[in-house]
Design a protein around this ligand. Structure first.
Ligand code: NI
Length: 258
């Protein structure tokens, strides 16, 4: 059965005790998955997990935007040339109260990694938290130079769905779309065309119902897929097939033609 976890953090320390078993369970459940970096060390760690059906993305999260130096960009560029590194991410903006990185520093770190993605012709994995207006302004400027992107762990309304689609980007839903109170998020999910939809775990975070609150792992993506299929009113098989096709179109586009 086709299914892809388009976004997980298997290099996280929460998997240190049983990472091989977690990857085994993942690959028993999904066809393939993408391990995402959020700083230089976790990007390096993501690339060390590359194996058949395990791909990586490298990038620096807005929490760590101050570390996006020319040297860091050189290292990301070198890592990104490996054939199984399929995207630059996760990158973006985060204005939530826990992030004390100044907004101009975040914007600069975001822009220089968008430049890198454009240079390398790689898609981008975008993180947005309470920063939609500024994020949209930057992506309005860059999207034509990028071979695609995904709004990861989507959180937003109909207008943000529309804006994201205007860039040709995909929209990915994580376990929080299954939470009973996530009514608005499910309304947004119904607005996403099937050919732009992705599913992800963001493991170890955001475990879906009914494993909510536990450590999330990529195998749990099937619970999110089941819930999302019900939300948008399509067969689970159709959702699995479409999201797997979409993930390949976004992340494996050069390789699928070779
Ligand atoms: Ni993430």
């Amino acid at each position: 059965m086709p299914l892809v976890d388009s976004h997980c953090h298997l290099q996280d320390a929460k998997f240190d005790d049983d990472r091989d078993q977690v990857i085994q369970r993942a690959l028993d459940t999904v066809e393939w998955l993408v391990v995402i970096g959020d700083d230089l060390a976790s990007s390096r760690a993501a690339t060390t997990l590359i194996r058949p059906n395990v791909y990586a993305a490298v990038g620096i999260h807005p929490y760590y935007a101050a570390t996006v130096t020319p040297e860091a960009l050189d290292e990301l560029r070198a890592m990104a040339r490996a054939p199984s590194v399929v995207a630059i991410g996760e990158i973006g903006l985060d204005y939530f109260k826990y992030n004390d990185t100044p907004r101009d520093v975040q914007a600069e770190g975001f822009r220089s990694q968008l430049e890198l993605a454009a240079e390398l012709a790689l898609p981008v994995v975008i993180h947005n938290r309470e920063s939609t207006d500024d994020l949209c302004a930057i992506l309005d400027e860059y999207h034509t130079r990028l071979p695609g992107g995904v709004m990861h762990c989507f959180a937003g309304d109909a207008a943000f769905v529309e804006r994201t689609l205007s860039w040709g980007f995909h929209i990915s839903f994580a376990g929080n779309v299954t939470f009973p109170k996530a009514v608005e998020l499910r309304d947004a999910a119904r607005l996403v065309p099937l050919e732009k939809l992705l599913v992800e775990t963001d493991a170890p975070y955001l475990a879906p119902q009914p494993v909510r609150g536990k450590r999330c792992e990529p195998a749990h993506v099937q619970l999110t897929a089941e819930s999302l299929a019900e939300t948008i009113g399509i067969d689970l098989d159709d959702l699995r097939t479409a999201t797997t096709h979409n993930a390949a179109e976004l992340f494996l586009q050069e390789r699928s033609t070779s």
